[in-house]
Design a protein around this ligand. Structure first.
Ligand SMILES: NC(=O)c1ccc[n+]([C@@H]2O[C@H](COP(=O)([O-])OP(=O)(O)OC[C@H]3O[C@@H](n4cnc5c(N)ncnc54)[C@H](OP(=O)(O)O)[C@@H]3O)[C@@H](O)[C@H]2O)c1
Length: 118
């Protein structure tokens, strides 16, 4: 099975790339799904997290799963690793998914594929 790894998190949704992959049977894997940690301070995200009694990190991960995108979060803390896997007992509403879609850039690496150099 083909897969593609792209940066994807609230504030940096590469929608067209994901749509292309999904339309062509390619699994999309999100790197920096928590915006390298920066996204976790976003006010809107924390407001939604409070509503579901979940952390901002869990909201990011759940948002990706509901978009059929595989999240690849990184943590050096056992507590966070466990927390990041505990995302299968709730669903984000369509309204909250759309609200997260509208979050402006607030963290991450944000490599523009058209201008990034190796
Ligand atoms: N292929 C590529 O070019 C490429 C590029 C970038 C990243 N990646 C890969 O993508 C993965 C993730 O990327 P990333 O490191 O940018 O970041 P990320 O997963 O978006 O964010 C990691 C940061 O969030 C913190 N964190 C994790 N879970 C948390 C939680 N539940 N609550 C609060 N803070 C939490 C981590 O802290 P602690 O570590 O202190 O716990 C760390 O500072 C990595 O495996 C990386 O190797 C690949």
């Amino acid at each position: 099975m083909d897969y593609d790894t792209i940066e994807y998190h609230p504030g940096f949704g590469q929608v067209k790339s994901a749509e292309y992959c999904h339309a062509n049977g390619i699994v999309v894997e999100a790197r920096s799904p928590l915006g390298s940690g920066g996204v976790l301070r976003n006010g809107e995200l924390n407001m939604i997290a409070g509503k579901y009694k979940k952390s901002a990190a869990q909201i990011c991960i759940r948002w990706l799963l509901q978009k059929n995108i595989v999240p690849l979060p990184k943590s050096t803390h056992e507590k966070y690793i466990t927390e990041n896997a505990d995302v299968f007992d709730f669903s984000l509403s369509e309204e909250d998914m759309a609200a997260i879609d509208r979050i402006p850039y607030c963290g991450g690496m944000m490599f523009d594929p058209d201008s990034a150099r190796s």
